[in-house]
Design a protein around this ligand. Structure first.
Ligand SMILES: [Zn+2]
Length: 278
């Protein structure tokens, strides 16, 4: 009996303490003093917000480009000017989205503004034609600045080489920038972006010249493998030809025809799947 009373009284006490604690915690719902953070542990399941870099040309002069990119519904994180030496304007912080990609697709992913960094390069632009004119060359100093900037962004955000692209790569039906005078090979030689295996391409090309280039379904599969958005129609429709043109601007800028041929097929086949895409 005695034991029971004692036990009851103990549990009563415990209950009162519990009530008191509840009251106190109610009173303490407003934190007094700064929040205490602990950064000693990190989750494994996370990835960077930025996983693609898109290069553009402005198709206008520096004053006109800066006016547009600061006052309209179009923007870019960086603008590399054609001054000597070039100036790099930082118009949008990297932790914010800039409005530069528009309707676009890469490795099946869309809404690329949300996950990309946009770089505009001041350049007069190029008019698409078939006589082999690549348009005005980019100056060496401007390209050196773009390489350095792109390399730094890629390194900080751990961006794979295949995800350093031109606007034309992600929107082949609408866009032709940064144009065929953009030196993608020079970029790749500087360790920035992707390039094809030239020895393998030469071998494949010899074969395709002998056998004829593959059919539309083959081109569509290969273009899709390396990131481009293409229809799966099994014929050379407008979307497929536009993607072939975009591929040529990037990997065969000396002859942009937007038509299939043995050399284009060979370079496409020799382009490695360097990462997992987006
Ligand atoms: Zn663009």
């Amino acid at each position: 009996m005695h034991t029971l009373v004692s036990a009851t009284s103990t549990s009563c006490k415990r209950f009162s303490i519990f009530l008191l604690a509840l009251l106190l915690s109610g009173c303490a719902s407003q934190v007094s003093g700064p929040l205490r953070f602990d950064d000693s542990m990190k989750s494994r399941g996370q990835s960077g917000r930025i996983d693609i870099i898109v290069l553009h040309y402005t198709a206008s002069t520096k004053p006109s480009a800066l006016m547009t990119l600061t006052n309209r519904d179009v923007s870019a994180h960086y603008v590399v000017t054609d001054d000597k030496p070039p100036i790099v304007y930082r118009l949008v912080n990297e932790d914010k989205s800039a409005w530069h990609a528009g309707e676009s697709s890469w490795y099946g992913k869309t809404f690329l503004n949300q996950r990309s960094i946009g770089i505009e390069i001041v350049h007069p632009g190029w008019t698409k034609n078939s006589n082999g004119d690549k348009g005005m060359p980019y100056s060496d100093t401007q390209i050196a600045a773009v390489i350095e900037l792109t390399r730094d962004i890629a390194k900080r955000n751990n961006i794979s080489p295949e995800n350093i692209v031109g606007h034309s790569d992600i929107a082949p039906m609408r866009k032709i920038d940064p144009g065929p005078s953009f030196p993608w090979k020079k970029f790749a030689q500087a360790g920035v972006g992707r390039w094809f295996d030239e020895a393998a391409a030469a071998k494949y090309e010899a074969n395709f010249i002998r056998t004829g280039y593959p059919d539309a379904g083959w081109f569509q599969k290969q273009l899709k493998r390396v990131g481009y958005q293409v229809p799966e129609s099994n014929y050379f429709d407008a979307g497929t030809l536009a993607a072939i043109g975009a591929f040529q601007m990037h990997y065969r800028p000396d002859r942009v025809t937007s038509r299939p041929d043995p050399q284009t097929a060979a370079r496409l086949m020799a382009l490695p799947t360097t990462g997992s895409g987006l």
